[in-house]
Design a protein around this ligand. Structure first.
Ligand code: PLP
Length: 360
């Protein structure tokens, strides 16, 4: 039987974690003189003079109910980026172990690996942006400790086939992280309820995208309780601040608002995709399961610069392998999207005649 502990670095397995005051005593009492806080209060409107719950327990209990998992199968972090970094540090011995990523994909997997001096094996997605199972097999070694699969994938926007993802989870003995930052915009279901079946599967979600709390920095990992326990031992004691814990909890009450925004974003996504596709300089609008569109254009750098001059910022992915000539455009409000379209028609008007005549 797979035991995540056997994969962890020796020093992490043997770690005696820091035990914070609020960790050692989290019961009810009248007088708290254990954490050197300012007992008089905070000089601001909200009372923040006490340390937050180190384990975000109230938030986790609510998330457990909503997601149909146990609260010991949830890690709450300072954004899901914290979870990515922790997983690398828990499972990968610097300069020895390796991780595998599937570009074009989210850049932070490699950045965190580089920071931790962990080698990265990059197995490109196929030209259809699917996992290349044969090549994964070829490049996988016993040093491969963590694989990062992003689905729906950033920046391509597509979801990866569930069968392919689960095949990777089943076939290899490494931790497989499935980053579901954009899952709310996808018709495909989350893999979060597969964590009981697969003790090497870690599902990442975040409050930063659909939930509209990017500024609060709250992300979560759902996984086997032994992996979650390792993450809790390695994380900084008070990794999620009091305000963010409360805001995330409040947000979970407003599911109706999020659901209707998600529906509107999906509608806007199809409208925007259709309109973009009509420009002659747009070669491809890739299908998207996320809140952005990857768009292949004639001259990505020129359009990117032109839009900047109009005060519109998109993400230039030209120069990223398999995304040559592509811009990544977040779906905005109807007003923002029409500003983008208007700016693009100005761009078209500014183009040389030969290009212009290619228009409808
Ligand atoms: C935006 C994004 C995240 C979010 O990270 P946070 O730290 O939770 O804000 C994670 N993964 C991917 C692929 C993303 O695009």
């Amino acid at each position: 039987m797979f035991d995540p502990l056997t994969l962890a670095r020796d020093n992490i397995r043997d770690l005696r974690p820091y035990s914070s005051a609020r960790h050692e005593f989290d019961g009810a009492a009248d007088v708290f003189l254990d954490a050197n806080e300012n007992a008089f209060g905070s000089p601001v409107d909200i009372a923040l003079n006490r340390y937050p719950d180190p384990l975000s327990s109230t938030l986790k209990n609510r998330l457990a109910e909503i997601n149909g998992v146990n609260s010991d199968q949830i890690f709450v972090g300072n954004g899901s980026d914290e979870a990515i970094d922790l997983l690398l540090r828990i499972f990968c011995e610097p300069r020895k172990d390796r991780v595998m990523t599937f570009p074009p994909t989210y850049g932070m997997y490699k950045v965190f690996a580089d920071i931790n001096a962990v080698g990265v094996d990059e197995v490109c997605l196929t030209t259809e942006f699917a996992l290349d199972l044969e090549e994964i097999c070829r490049q996988y070694t016993s040093s491969t400790k963590v694989m990062f699969i992003c689905s729906p994938n950033n920046p391509t926007g597509n979801s990866l086939a569930v069968d392919d993802v689960l095949e990777v989870v089943e076939r290899f003995g490494s931790i497989v992280v499935v980053d579901e930052a954009y899952i709310h915009f996808s018709e495909r279901g989350s893999l979060k309820n597969e964590i009981d079946r697969f003790p090497n599967l870690v599902v990442l979600q975040t409050f930063s995208k659909a939930w509209g709390l990017a500024g609060a920095r709250v992300g979560l990992a759902l996984a086997d309780s032994r992996i979650i326990d390792l993450m809790n031992r390695v994380k900084p004691p008070y990794n999620v601040n009091e305000i963010s814990q409360r805001l995330a909890l409040d947000a979970l009450v407003n599911t109706g608002t999020i659901d209707s925004w998600v529906e509107e974003i999906k509608d806007q996504r199809s409208d925007l995709g259709r309109s973009l596709g009509k420009f002659g300089f747009v070669k491809t609008v890739f299908p998207s399961d996320a809140n952005f569109l990857l768009v292949k254009v004639d001259d990505a750098d020129a359009i990117y610069k032109f839009l900047l001059k109009q005060g519109i910022v998109v993400r230039n992915r030209n120069g990223v392998e398999r995304c040559e000539g592509c811009l990544r455009v977040t779906v905005g409000t109807p007003n923002e999207n029409s500003k983008l379209l208007k700016a693009l028609s100005h761009y078209r008007a500014s183009m040389p005649r030969s290009e212009e005549t290619r228009q409808i």
